[in-house]
Write a protein that binds this ligand. Sequence first.
Ligand code: NAP
Length: 375
Amino acid sequence: MLTFHRLCVRTTFSARLLKTTGRTEHASGRHWSHSAGRCSPTCRALVYERHGEPTQVVQLKNMDLPPLGSKDVQVKILAAPVNPSDINMIQGTYAILPDLPAVGGNEGVAEVVEVGDRVTSVKVGDWVIPKDAGLGTWRTDAVLSEDDVVSLPNTIPLLSAATLGVNPCTAYRMLSDFEDLKAGDTVIQNAANSGVGQAVIQLAAARGVNTVNVIRDRPEFTHLSDRLKAMGATHVIKEEELRQPALKELFKTCPKPKLALNGVGGRSATELLRHLQRGGSMVTYGGMSKQPVTVPVSAPIFKDVKIRGFWVPQWKRAHSNDGAAFKAMLDDLCSLIKEGKLSAPACSQISFLDHSAALAAAMTPFTSTKQVLVM
Ligand SMILES: NC(=O)c1ccc[n+]([C@@H]2O[C@H](COP(=O)([O-])OP(=O)(O)OC[C@H]3O[C@@H](n4cnc5c(N)ncnc54)[C@H](OP(=O)(O)O)[C@@H]3O)[C@@H](O)[C@H]2O)c1
């Protein structure tokens, strides 16, 4: 919470920063405002001044950038996704909320364009991503503390970099920290076509772990199922099939799951639980259906299943001491990207200026692609 507040203080703007003045576009692509004969760099940002429906409250604004301190980096944001947590923050329903007005967006990739004279961990030209939530990434440029970012190789695809810090990290931790998964074991998950779900499929496949992937039915089910199988999904089934006796046949081809990953809640979560093997774990990380998780008493009594939860900002904060665990995870993920074993989720790249379309698409059911703002 403390870190989040600190980040917001640095990156959400004050009334002073909101001031828009005669703006000139320089050949470098950076913008400058002129006031009282002084020139200061500005950026454009997607800002909300009150909580509400994202398409209504998010507006494009010009903002002055603060001066570059000796431990600061100036970055040009290249691309930033629209995640459900970004939407929930704007709606005012997320667990952590910035002071208002705030800039939207919690992840994305940026290129370092200038560094303060005491910066040691990054250099001009490096790609960086936020270490924590709350940075306000839906903007063209920012001045950030060196400590708020971590570098990535700028040789990985842009969309992989822009979407690496939240969903693949969540998938990685959930596959690593709850059950001792070995090649041949099985994981079952709902919302399997989500950003998290697609990362789970690929990371599990890279470890030889089977995945049973549950998605909602739709006219293009076969197309989506084929896409997930091409990523490494072992089985793709519809929500309705979770409740059908025929699923017993599926578990003759792979062991019952040790781990269930729940991003939906409600009945879907209860059904996942029913298929867990004795002593297995269900980890809830999202609640897309907005329905509570109901646990039949038989699950903990007769099957000794463990009901757990995971939240990646909390993990990052708990491991922020020297950042070594986070860096090691990012290195691992980037190696998998370079080996062709981990790709970005299916994305729709949308111009930063078309933010309303991106926000609307991100909130539309069955969209099946991650909306990524390209600055
Ligand atoms: N705990 C953590 O650390 C953590 C980290 C990352 C993400 N999350 C959470 O994980 C969830 C997924 O995030 P994401 O970025 O991966 O999502 P995403 O790529 O935007 O995809 C959204 C997913 O939710 C599904 N969905 C939407 N409404 C639904 C409903 N009413 N019932 C069932 N499924 C529904 C969509 O399925 P359709 O295609 O059928 O619409 C899609 O699979 C979100 O709740 C997010 O906040 C948590």
